[in-house]
Design a protein around this ligand. Structure first.
Ligand code: SF4
Length: 327
């Protein structure tokens, strides 16, 4: 049985917005609003939702790239929020991030060797020949030809640049990698290659991923478990099989109904959710989804529903979950 690597308890990230005369109108944006979850070693957890749902903020808050407002982050038995600056810097070698746009996240003035070698230097893990050998090995691992070591990022395709980004993240032998939309900036033709590479690396190096994406097909391809976010909260979390075959939350059902089926004979009825995603600066009371929900009940606007475990490991934030079929 795999050990728990990461535990997040009631994690919150709030931003205060000031507007009006002398900034007297204040509003709080609850980008991440009380997230609790646990991740086992070697697991791939997908975090999905529309843009603005807080999934990227969640990823950055876990690494403390942005400082959470409240809550606990336990990583490998350590309380991440209690770490001092230098302790946190050291711990970051165990927790890395891969960004969406490899073109923007790689320094255009550095060569591939320098980009991959930089974190090794920063953490002082290898020096001299050992460092050089490690850079070559990482290039082999992600499928970048060794002879390209002195090339610059603009000399590579988007897919190759993301491979370089992955090699850089792996340079300090992390346990956890947060992948923030890692393939959404890539051409469809190379997405599967990069996803397959990430899967292979996970197996080879016993990595654990949090895989953030707005694309449920991509998440289905790579993840073991999936959390669906809506306006800062997880509304449903389950294993991939449970979520895709038996979605319970009305929002999850609508998201899944929008995935195209690559077979003209098969038809799936698309569930259209009325209205736009409300502003996180002014979310609806109670269940944040109540203004768009086709099953809304009078109480939905007053109280936040509790999580209901509808089957083992399948949790849903909806007052109807487990009581009656939401169809
Ligand atoms: Fe819809 Fe109410 Fe469930 Fe929210 S709690 S998803 S409004 S039925």
């Amino acid at each position: 049985m795999a050990e728990t690597l990461l535990e997040i308890k009631d994690l919150k990230k709030y931003y205060e917005l000031k507007s009006g005369f002398l900034g007297r109108d204040r509003r709080v944006v609850k980008a991440v609003d009380g997230i609790t979850l646990a991740l086992k070693e070697g697991e791939i957890l997908g975090v999905v939702g529309e843009s603005g749902c807080g999934k990227s903020t969640l990823g950055r808050s876990i690494l403390r790239l942005i400082e959470p407002t409240d809550g606990e982050i336990l990583f490998d038995g350590k309380n991440i929020r209690a770490l001092k600056k230098e302790e946190l810097r050291q711990e970051r070698s165990n927790m890395q991030i891969i960004f969406q746009d490899p073109g923007a996240s790689l320094n255009p003035r550095m060569t591939v060797g320098e980009i991959i070698g930089e974190p090794i230097e920063l953490f002082g893990t290898e020096t001299g020949e050992a460092k050089e050998e490690k850079i070559y090995k990482l290039m082999d691992l992600v499928g970048i030809n060794r002879s390209y070591i002195h090339r610059f990022p603009h000399e590579f395709s988007g897919g190759q640049r993301q491979r370089i980004g992955i090699a850089r993240a792996l340079a300090v032998d992390p346990k956890l990698i947060i992948c923030d939309e890692p393939v959404s900036a890539l051409d469809v033709s190379v997405r599967a290659q990069v996803l397959n590479l990430m899967r292979e690396l996970k197996e080879k190096l016993n990595l654990t991923y949090i895989f953030i994406s707005h694309d449920l097909s991509v998440v289905h391809h790579i993840c073991d478990r999936v959390a669906v976010m809506y306006l800062g909260r997880i509304v449903e979390i389950a294993s991939k099989q449970q979520l895709y075959s038996n979605p319970v939350h009305p929002y999850t059902k609508a998201l899944l109904s929008a995935i195209p089926i690559p077979d003209p004979e098969l038809k799936r009825e698309r569930i259209i959710i009325p209205g736009d995603v409300p502003s996180p600066a002014n979310p609806p009371s109670g269940c944040h989804f109540h203004k768009r929900c086709p099953y809304v009940r009078p109480e939905c606007s007053d109280v936040i529903p509790p999580y209901v475990e509808v089957e083992e490991g399948h949790h849903v934030l909806c007052c109807l979950a487990g009581k009656e079929t939401v169809e």
